[in-house]
Write a protein that binds this ligand. Structure first.
Ligand code: HEM
Length: 262
């Protein structure tokens, strides 16, 4: 009887050891939802060095990139976007989320160290952190309820707008900023069904104050949404809006690597 218990315990210990050693993939849903998550947006243009390589060398280079992505699945999640065709400045960008900025850096250093990575020009990088809502808790109940509208899923387009506020914005009282943010929110609720959004805070982590991220299937809606926001007083405090603004499509890594290897 005792020998059997020891055996069961031993099997349990071995299984636990190997499960942990194999490592579990990071919880993507949680990382994309939680506050206190670090995000790095890294934007790249493919150089001639890559375009001039033969097919076999490119195929080997693609495998190298996939291995680096695989190596970090326990620590972080990477979303991939194609810019080529919609931008002359860059070909694709990566959105990396993790609990430690160091992991974002280590991943990107490894990625840039691959044969493909060495042929890239890193045209822009933005860093930010996700936070709990600052103004919504003070909004009227009706508006708060509207903001719970479920966002669209599986949209093909992505837009990223880096934003820097002026000093006057930060010198305002919390109540005054809440009033202006309510005015910001009022014209946006009509777009909650077609535009999915995510906000990153960048003050002190970048030259920006915010990275605003959007996914949509309706770029016409997004265009009208932004026009609506350009008309509210809060916009007077936007010292930088875009520049660069990224417009691209949400695509899997394999598809991006295939397109960029043509
Ligand atoms: C469906 C569209 C949108 C909705 C529903 C929306 C709503 C909101 C809400 C409720 C907040 C306050 C968050 C908080 O309590 O901390 C906020 C913040 C913000 N939004 Fe929007 N927004 C939308 C689109 C946009 C767009 C298109 C931009 C600019 C490109 C933008 C830029 C910002 C910025 C920079 C903040 C942070 C302000 C701050 O914390 O000082 N938003 N938005």
């Amino acid at each position: 009887m005792r020998a059997r218990s020891v055996l069961v315990l031993l099997v349990f210990a071995v299984v636990t050891f190997f499960t942990q050693a194999a490592g579990a993939e990071v919880d993507r849903e949680k990382l994309l939802k939680d506050p206190g998550v670090y995000a790095t947006f890294a934007v790249f243009k493919v150089g001639d060095q890559w375009s001039q390589m033969d097919r076999e060398a490119k195929a080997a280079g693609v495998m190298e990139v996939k291995k680096v992505f695989q190596k970090y699945t326990e620590k972080l999640t990477v979303d991939t976007y194609l810019l080529r065709g919609l931008s002359e400045k860059a070909d694709f960008f990566l959105r990396v989320h993790s609990k430690e900025m160091l992991d974002n850096q280590n991943f990107l250093v490894d990625f840039m160290g691959t044969t493909f990575g060495k042929a890239l020009k890193n045209t822009d990088t933005f860093n930010g952190i996700t936070k709990a809502l600052n103004y919504v808790p003070s909004f009227p109940e009706e508006l708060k309820a509207e903001l719970k509208t479920p966002p669209p899923q599986g949209s093909p387009y992505v837009v990223v707008v880096p934003i820097r506020k002026d000093a006057a914005w930060w010198l305002m009282s919390q109540d005054d900023r809440t009033a202006l943010m309510k005015e910001h929110t009022d014209p946006t609720v009509a777009y909650l069904k077609t535009v999915k959004r995510k906000l990153y805070h960048s003050s002190g982590l970048d030259d920006l104050d915010f990275i605003t991220y959007f996914e949509t299937a309706k770029l016409d809606d997004f265009n009208n949404l932004v026009i609506g926001l350009l008309k509210v007083k809060e916009n007077r405090h936007n010292q930088q809006f875009g520049n660069p603004l990224l417009l691209g499509t949400v695509r899997p890594l394999d598809e991006i690597l295939e397109i960029l290897s043509r």
